[in-house]
Design a protein around this ligand. Structure first.
Ligand code: GRF
Length: 203
């Protein structure tokens, strides 16, 4: 059984969607640990309530390298195969990325490379794009930048607010994150430059 480690900082709705898929047997893995860098994160409470191993490792005031070493320790202690960032609001160091090569996923609420960083849904509205969406990508040491595994498009409606647009994007996030986890866990892909290319299953 493959082992997942979830990292979050807040609400944790992507974590919940993934946990639901795990419980339903639609992701062939177990959630070994849920880590939050913010002790007050709702996602951490939800993880506890679900009986999962919920760990708070506060990042406030900590040096990035030192913090990331704590994260690596906790994830390695739980023998995690795949790290899933689910609203984890910190940039990870090269040390962290090297500890889990091609084994870290992130979800971002835009069609990358458009609108990286904070408030991606607001950036899309302000720019006036007609289509935005969400992206699941492998994580490198740059912000919202690694090879793309899956994307989903979401139309921007004339009457949209940041809230209404974010809610429609979130529905798609909850679908494609689990799908991307399945792809990566199956290992039926290779990376060519920036491209994640499907390969036929062996055996
Ligand atoms: C999502 O919009 C995700 O794309 C972004 O942060 C938000 C996290 O939401 N990275 P939640 O904590 O999963 O509900």
């Amino acid at each position: 059984m493959k082992r997942l480690g979830l990292l979050l900082s807040g609400r944790g709705s992507n974590f919940e969607a993934i946990a639901d898929q795990v419980v339903a047997g639609r992701i062939p893995a177990e959630i070994r640990v849920v880590i939050s860098n913010r002790p007050e994160a709702r996602g951490l409470e939800v993880a506890q309530a679900r009986g999962l191993n919920a760990v708070s490792i506060p990042s406030k005031g900590m040096d990035r390298e030192a913090y990331d070493r704590l994260l690596i320790e906790e994830l390695e202690a739980n023998q995690v195969d795949l790290v899933c960032l689910a609203g984890f609001m910190r940039l990870l160091s090269a040390t962290f990325v090297r500890a889990f090569p091609h084994r870290i996923l992130n979800i971002h609420p835009s069609l990358l490379p458009a609108f990286p960083g904070l408030d991606a849904q607001k950036q899309a509205l302000v720019h006036g794009v007609k289509i935005t969406g969400c992206t699941v990508h492998l994580v490198d040491e740059f912000l919202d930048a690694g090879p793309i595994v899956l994307q989903a498009a979401v139309p921007v409606l004339d009457e949209d607010t940041v809230e209404s647009l974010s809610a429609r994007i979130l529905q798609q996030e909850h679908i494609i994150y689990s799908e991307a986890i399945r792809i990566v866990l199956d290992g039926n892909f290779r990376i060519e430059g920036r491209r994640v290319v499907a390969v036929a299953p062996t055996g």
